[in-house]
Design a protein around this ligand. Sequence first.
Ligand SMILES: Cc1cc2nc3c(=O)[nH]c(=O)nc-3n(C[C@H](O)[C@H](O)[C@H](O)COP(=O)(O)O)c2cc1C
Length: 182
Amino acid sequence: MEGMNKIMGKTILAFAASNSSASINRQLVTYAASLLHGADVETLDIHDFEMPIYRHDREEADGIPQQAHDFLARIARVDALLISFAEHNGSYSAAFKNLFDWCSRVGREVWGNKPMVLLSTSPGPGAAARVLGIAESAAPHFGGNVIGSLAVPKFFESFDSETGLLVDSELDQQLRELVAKL
Ligand SMILES: Cc1cc2nc3c(=O)[nH]c(=O)nc-3n(C[C@H](O)[C@H](O)[C@H](O)COP(=O)(O)O)c2cc1C
């Protein structure tokens, strides 16, 4: 209850660090956001912030694309962040990494000193924890105040896409306790 009182009246930005229209990380973050009773939840699709691949020469010639400024503005106006990271080949999706790289050229504090809860899920057993480790260790260097993280392995066993619910009860309890800290 104490945790839920903290959430009341806050605005949380919840999104998946994936550009897939069928993103399992979006399904997970949508469920996690539904647990934020009393908060105003904003969402975004990083595909709407797609930019050319970062290139020094491009920045020199044309500056930083407007999408990077727009994404940072979405972060600036909220109280906290809830993000679920897709894992591609041991790391971030290229779509998220490119967005992040452009944003970091505006300023190093991409996460705006906001409290953050970091999630990740993948179909296999280990990939989610891998990218989560990367995101969690990097965040403090970019103005991120990580208050907790949770990997949901084996998405298609742990999560029911039809109901949109986390069916692994142990992970569900951990997720509820985690988002209450926001
Ligand atoms: C380029 C690429 C690389 C991937 N690499 C891995 C991997 O190393 N391990 C793994 O378990 N899954 C891997 N996957 C599967 C992703 O975890 C899966 O596509 C997942 O749905 C991505 O999250 P999303 O649906 O939120 O985008 C990869 C997928 C792609 C497209």
